[in-house]
Write a protein that binds this ligand. Sequence first.
Ligand code: C2O
Ligand code: CU
Ligand code: CU
Length: 550
Amino acid sequence: MAESHLFSRRSFLKTACVGAGTLAASNLLPDLPFIGRVLAQSDRVPDLEVRLRAVESEVSILPGSPTRVWVYQGEVIQGDTASLQAIPDSYLGPIFRVHQSQHVRIHFVNDLPEESIIHWHGLILPEAMDAHPHYAIAPGETYVYDFQVINRAGTYWYHPHPHGATATQVYNGLAGLFIVTDGEETAAGLPSDDYDIPLVFQDRSFDADNQLVYITGGMMTQMMTEMMGFLGDNILINGKPEFELDVETRAYRLRLLNGSNFRILKLGWEDGTPLTVIGTDGGLLESPLERPYVTLSPGERVELWVDFSEHTVGSQLLLKSLPFTGVEMGGTMMGGMEMPETTTLPHGEKTTVLKVNVVQESTEALTLPERLSTIQRYALSDAVNADLPRTFEIAMLNEVWSLNGRSFEMDAVADDEIVQANTLEVWEFINVVNESETGAMDGGHGGHDMGNMNMGSGEIKTEDQMAHPMHIHGVQFQILERTVEDAFREGWETVSAGYVDEGWKDTVLLMPGERVKLLMRFGSDLGLYVFHCHNLEHEDLGLMRNYQVQ
Ligand code: C2O
Ligand code: CU
Ligand code: CU
């Protein structure tokens, strides 16, 4: 068709490489005028070809006036139309349903009034497909994604990633699920189709005319809210307030995504029934695990097995976000100034998020599989830097969020941000800074050694510490170890029993005072990838850095 033809011609003129991912596109970037368009070079006919338009629209969320939102509208051009499932009356984008190894081509059409680009959160992709923010395209332009899905079965998602505007674009409605299936998952025999239910949690605030309200107030209030993160007054599920789920008396698979900008959820049943967890960010666990509740921070996913067969028709179950503390230490920042109160639903306040109505008898009796999948465990001793973890300190320096003293720069990579392709590494995120080091960092030596400083001396500064859900593009990692400073233990203990660290992850929550060691293997795709805090306000303010695979 005409469109692909246009792209084919361009590709001969300016080669931005995609597909098999053998060319380090980033090496070309400094020299080439970047055109913001990438051609599907593969001659292969894709299994699924989709046009995905980002466009201003409106949707009925609350009774009364419709709400102006930004949405992804999808259309299958080629392949099984069931691969793209629209969510009726929601601002959320269509759900992609693809099988592992399928070849997908997506024409992203930016019909927004500003630049944008789509990132496929959790998928392992070549640089140009992962969509580093430097690929953002202008209004009216099209970006063609062309990739093979190599991830295992799991609940992945997509959302905008233009630097500095991710938070507002996601808040306006741009996000969707990308669900991958595979043979191993099918063999596990989990509830499927109508009994496999995605639940996307996002908090939003509305004005009297039902329009979305984002950060408001005077300049100072706005600045401080942005530094902290935005909290909405209502927790929506799949774009709907007061979401209720009607179920039969049988087992379900629930796929939960926290798609909020900042709000952390601590999800548990009102009556204290434990949760049965079967999956995390990167798909199924090896075997089911029980948790009293699950802690789900922005960007993270968790999958649950829930059996309603013991409940009687007519009963109702409440899923709550349970109380927790310590996410925003002291509620003060920037030299001890009080944070403005900007939401009717403060972080960590107990609230009902989901009502489940048992409406129908079912005779379908499924048993929870003992074995769900096989996870090949990484060993620390196999890491190329086993003795010297690559450390990244998260801190606010001179009122700017930073990683090892630096905040995001579009194409810059520091020495300690370069990794070798096809190697296993251990990384450590450190969410604790003591007085003496803060002083040292304020001096501006954002150097290579910063992360390896001994944290043993100096007094710990508790009041500037916040929770940060850290996300790394281009990999699925394993969580090796967590530690928490005593000064922060109290808040930490209000969420830590809800961590699910046993499966594949791409996003990990660090509470204040916490350090987490991760094992990850970099693939053979070279180029620039980002890692960042998935508190989207933090990300936009620069709590993000590049890492380069070479
Ligand atoms: Cu879901 Cu870089 O993000
Ligand atoms: Cu991502
Ligand atoms: Cu953060």
